[in-house]
Design a protein around this ligand. Sequence first.
Ligand code: C2E
Ligand code: CA
Ligand code: CA
Length: 705
Amino acid sequence: MMTVLGCIVYDHNIWLVLMAVLLCGTGSWVTSRLFSKTITASGKQRVGWQAMTALSAGVAIWCTHFVAMLGYDARVPIGFDLPLTVVSLLAVVFGNAIGFAVAISKRHFLMPALGGAIVGLAISTMHYTGMIAYRVQGIVSWDATYLVASILLSVALSSAALHFGMRKGSNLMAVVLTLAIAVLHFTGMTAFRIEPMFVDGSFSNPDSLWTLAIAISGMAFVIVACGLVSYLIDNGTRAETIEHLRQMALYDALTGLPNRANFNEKLDRELAVADTQKIRIAMIGIDLNRFKEINDTRGHHVGDEVLTDLGIRLKNLVREDKGEFIARVGGDEFAALFRIEDKDLTGVNRFLKGLEAVMFSPINVDESQIVAGASFGVAIYPNDATTKETLVSNADLAMYRAKSQLTEKRVCFYEAGMDTAVKARRCMAADLRKALSRNQLSIHYQVQTSVSTGEVTGYEALLRWHHPEHGFIPPSDFIPLAEENGLILQLGEWVLRTACTAAASWEPACKVAVNLSAVQFAAGDLPKLVMSVLLETGLAPHRLELELTETAILKDRERAFHMLRQIKSYGVSVALDDFGIGYSSIDTLRSFPFSKIKLDRSFIDEAHSNEEALTIIRTVLALGKGLRIPVLAEGVETKEQLSLLESEGCGEAQGYLLGRPASLDQILATGRLSIVERSLSSSIADAKDQTSLADVAVGRTGTDG
Ligand code: C2E
Ligand code: CA
Ligand code: CA
């Protein structure tokens, strides 16, 4: 050992030794990094990394030796044999390639050590070939002990280096490999003896040796740096790929919002925060109101645009640093979280207002505006639920409640007891689904008469459900349910068809009024349905009146008005139902030529007790006169109410006084109505109507009037 140190201190130029050691350390460090890449890569990439490792290691080892040799003070003129010097470089590069290949071949756990031994031999081969290429003017002799020791040490240390590289990590490999290279060189140089023997003096020049050393070091650093750069680039792309995969796994591709998996993880974390910080967490379930309809009527690309737009707006709204979070958890479902840190619900209510504003703001698509709308259900941890599952399910319950109260209440907070109510509703929905096929549905008709003459002007069709267990269920209970689950489309079609079929053979040939739900406007092709039912049943279009409330038009006025104009062009009349309550606006009456205003029964009910109600009756009658739209008063139960309406100039009335809703058989029994063969009942006007309807159907006249 002392001899080796002596050899370094006395026989070498210390600066060049330091440069060699630096080169050796850097080269080993880069080699160990590249080697770690080789281990994890596969296929062609593995071959590439392997070549890079062998090249970088080989160049570093060779240059270390060469620079150290240039720093070696032989005390006699020296020179290098070029072909042998090149051979020494090739030997170490290829030897390393074989060594690394053996090390990673994984056939046996000793393979890395064996591969390392080959690398050690390659280093030794390089060193001694290099030494043979080292020409000195003197007699060279070798100390066999140091020579053998240098080879053994190199083999053992390289062996350990690759073993560590495979099992313990890059840093240890770099240190041990540096040792292997340095120890071989300096122990080998201790074995080297020269007896000076001058032949000529022009053999070497110290300045040119320095230049050579710097040039070689530069080249070595460049090659090693290339290895390092490729390692860094690969790490960068790998990090990018991992980030990309993470994005794909945790974020929704369309909206860029966190997805369901992400939401679930976040919810776990937030509930843990709530437990430790003793705060509450609001879970908000959000469901778009009109997404299916948008997709059905405008196409999926419009649906996608709506979602994308909402995604951008929601991302801008939600501040994660303030304990807010939102994710897209399904096609048209979103879920949000909010940390409630104050005593009351001010914060979460503000957050909900923001979400509502986003969901109800118009979105520009294809030069038109779409309002998606949404229903929100809120459940609070730990007040409403103490587990994640119940929290989610209670927020859902509240959301369904909000949905069932469409347009009235967009946000619903969970309340105990909702579950039982929901279960009962689900049961009822299932029963309603079967009601049609099991003939449990029927229609009652309620007469509409002229106020002044008492003459029958028409009958309103009112749906009835006779449940086998629960008996009669009023439409106010099951219509909203049917609207919620879309069953109203089937029910509505059934009512329309049944009422038109019946009315076609009535004598006198009065009108039949059929109620339409908002959902029927939103989904499906209503004009087409009306047309086909009229053609099918043979009912003259002027004998059909469709009743709708303002809520039906409210959601998408343009679309609703377009449909209504089409329906009106067939000759069918359209009445505005329940006028005076809810959204009644003069603007609606001005925007569409309704055939009739049906004044809500609440005003008639209070006409004699409430001055305000009377004022409204007068105002609506004046409005009808001004706009030339006849008014029908609903819910007339007393003679006083009827005479009041007569004195105020109301045209038509409907109510228990004039006739309760009754089955067709009951009405026929009163003799007010009779059934005749359709061929007889079809007046000339009816036949004309049908002919022009058929014209419209085949497109002989315009449909939009
Ligand atoms: P509506 O369209 O306002 O129907 C009139 C309701 O008032 C009927 O209730 C009728 O029985 C009731 N009524 C009639 N005269 C009087 C009266 O003098 N006093 C009182 N207190 N009530 C009177 P019904 O049959 O229970 O229907 C309730 C609602 O259900 C209807 O209100 C309508 O909105 C809806 N509905 C009924 N059938 C259908 C249908 O086939 N389709 C749709 N979409 N909705 C329907
Ligand atoms: Ca009605
Ligand atoms: Ca009504």
